[in-house]
Design a binder for this molecule. Structure first.
Ligand code: M6R
Length: 607
């Protein structure tokens, strides 16, 4: 979603800002802009569309050693040039960029308008520069503090003043901001991706913190004027390259990175000889594990699908009641929180507003939440305080692939640890631990020989409707396959458990309807074979993802995609791979923008 970059220091600000925006492009946006403070004035350039358009519009030889820049993902007001950030006060001497939503913008607008302010945009953000201007009498810090006392809502806000060409003011409430510390220069961004090229030393601003940033100093206070204490942290070495390398798209690159990303998630955590696992970040002794009465796993989108797999594994293997919850629903249904229960929050970005809202609901009611997060230092990781990093490395494509398999891997690792304290005997535990360690090799084996994906794509391209079908652990995999196809190929589709077919969706079957069935060799296989026969009898074009050597499943398929065999609990890690490739190839065949699908953002930081 929206991205922010700011710079103050000896360099020319423009190239730093534009480079930062480029690095934030993966978050999704629809317009971009930049404000440079130079020679006692602020020059704003903004435009609709890609950062590339902004780069063409901006004079990159312009002076100015301080500036702010923004990529906008429209919420209030359409995708227009006036609605793009930065926004200025009426004198043009104060400029702001803002992520988040101002809840009381209507009241503030009415008051400001009554005082003679005219608005240049339809955004909620524009009240901020006007409000700051009303409080400005030469002290920028005081003006921002006073203005924010009147504001309700979420913000990651960065402000510059024409009179102060050496000062950036940043304030955070519910929308992340990170200060990058350089030598004689400082940076601010909504996401550390924008900073890694310049520095690894960062300060994460906390909610209700307002920071004054110059080239040599960072001083901050709480919104109420009390001191803010922050620590300097080191960004972890980024795993994997942020470039596409030999691949035409980030998504394809990330699909092929899965042997390494899953390997990193497992490294040092599995104890194959003991048939157990060690997750240092969970900070729970075997005794603590035996006392967990139930597990609830929160997530959105793909992370929710990973949570579903995790909950099924935990309940099935460790015999602890477990459920997955869509975070955006959970947070508003006044859930009962058992303080002894374990809650987990799954998020690739660590910034998803709905997941964060769910975590806060649990914590407010006395519960504890462990994060299962990719981005180190992200808001969810820091809010949970404990948990496990999945170590996927940067995931740039909007459609999540390698994060899903690492989230599932981390949840399996926890399941092994938990089950070993309860239900799982040494023999079965060692077998599962060894199977987990083998996953990267099995993933490589499949990716080296992915089967006739393009043939399956031929049934999908041009289809009015497609159905994904799976049972047990393969149902969340079916959901994930359908989500991927919708996200990047825009093909209408849905996913159902095989047992639900006769309760409705079979009415959609007609000759040629593409059905993708996920049929590993597990306890659901026979039932799935019946479900496949039912749709086949109605003319469906069946693409079947099945265990290698399953001749019966193969015989029912119009397109058969065999995958290597693995421990039945771990099948989602393998059967999701052809679905990732299927959506990728379908989007490619349809000429879609694979890495940046329409309307979507990589990190959904507003509700
Ligand atoms: O960063 P998160 O894992 O919290 O994001 C959750 C969803 O927004 C995300 O998984 C989304 O569904 C992806 N675009 C899926 O490909």
């Amino acid at each position: 979603m929206c991205g922010i970059v700011g710079y103050v220091g000896p360099r020319k600000a423009t190239p730093v800002l534009l480079d930062g925006l480029r690095r934030l492009e993966y978050r999704g946006y629809d317009s971009a802009g930049v404000a440079l403070v130079d020679e006692g004035a602020i020059a704003v350039t903004k435009c609709v569309g890609r950062v590339g358009n902004l780069i063409e519009a901006v004079d990159d030889t312009a002076g100015g050693n301080l500036g702010i820049a923004h990529t906008r993902w429209a919420t209030h007001g359409g995708v227009t040039q006036p609605n793009a950030h930065p926004h200025c006060d009426m004198t043009g001497r104060i400029a702001v960029v803002h992520n988040g939503i101002i809840d009381n913008d209507e009241g503030l607008k009415a008051r400001l308008a009554a005082d003679g302010v005219t608005f240049a945009s339809e955004t909620d953000t524009e009240v901020l520069p006007h409000l700051i201007a009303r409080h400005y009498a030469g002290d920028p810090h005081e003006a921002v503090l006073k203005a924010l006392q009147e504001v309700r809502g979420t913000y990651g806000l960065v402000v510059v003043f024409a009179d102060h060409p050496d000062l950036i003011i940043a304030a955070r409430n519910g929308s992340p901001l990170v200060v990058g510390l350089g030598e004689g220069e400082n940076f601010i961004a909504s996401d550390s991706h924008a900073l890694v090229r310049y520095t690894r030393r960062v300060i994460y601003l906390e909610d209700r913190e307002v920071a004054c940033i110059t080239a040599t100093e960072v001083n901050s206070v709480q919104l109420d004027g009390s001191d803010a204490i922050h620590t300097v942290e080191e960004l972890e070495a980024i795993y994997g390259s942020e470039d596409k390398g030999e691949f035409p798209h980030y998504m394809l690159k990330e699909i092929h990175e899965q042997p390494e990303s899953i390997g990193r998630c497992l490294r040092g955590r599995i104890l194959p000889d003991l048939g157990s696992a060690r997750l240092g970040g969970f900070d729970m002794s075997p005794r603590d594990l035996t006392e967990i009465p139930r597990v609830t796993i929160l997530g959105c989108g793909t992370s929710y699908h990973a949570a579903m797999v995790g909950a099924m594994a935990i309940e099935g293997l460790a015999r602890v009641p477990a459920q997955a919850e869509i975070a955006s629903e959970f947070r508003y249904r006044n859930p009962v929180i058992d303080p002894k229960a374990l809650f987990m929050a799954v998020s690739q970005s660590g910034e998803t507003a709905d997941t964060l809202g769910g975590i806060k609901e649990v914590v407010t009611k006395g519960g504890r939440v462990m994060g299962v997060v990719n981005v180190v230092g992200s808001t969810i990781a820091r809010t949970c305080g404990a948990g496990v990093y999945i170590h996927s490395g940067p995931e740039v494509a909007v459609a999540s692939t390698k994060a899903f398999t690492s989230q599932v891997t981390a949840l399996y690792t926890f399941t092994l640890m938990l089950a070993r304290t309860r239900t799982l005997g040494p023999h079965d535990a060692v077998e599962l631990a060894r199977a987990l360690v083998s996953v990267p090799d099995v993933v490589s084996e499949y990716l080296a020989e992915p089967g006739p994906i393009e043939e399956a794509v031929r049934h999908l391209v041009g289809a009015r409707y497609a159905l994904f079908m799976g049972r047990g652990l393969s149902f969340p995999v079916a959901l994930e396959g359908a989500l991927k196809l919708k996200e990047i190929a825009y093909i209408p589709c849905e996913a159902y458990p095989g047992g639900e077919m006769k309760h409705g969706p079979i009415a959609m079957m007609e000759p040629g309807t593409p059905v993708i069935a996920i049929v590993p060799d597990d306890q659901h296989r026979e039932k799935m074979i019946s479900n496949m026969q039912e749709v086949r009898a109605r003319g469906a074009a069946l693409t079947v993802i099945h265990s290698r050597g399953d001749l019966k499943a193969q015989s029912l398929a119009s397109v058969s995609i065999p995958v290597p065999r693995i421990h039945t609990l771990l099948t989602p890690l393998i059967s999701v791979l052809p679905l990732q490739l299927l959506s990728y190839q379908a989007a490619l065949a349809l000429g879609k923008d694979i890495d940046r699908p329409r309307n979507l953002a990589k990190s959904v930081t507003v509700e």
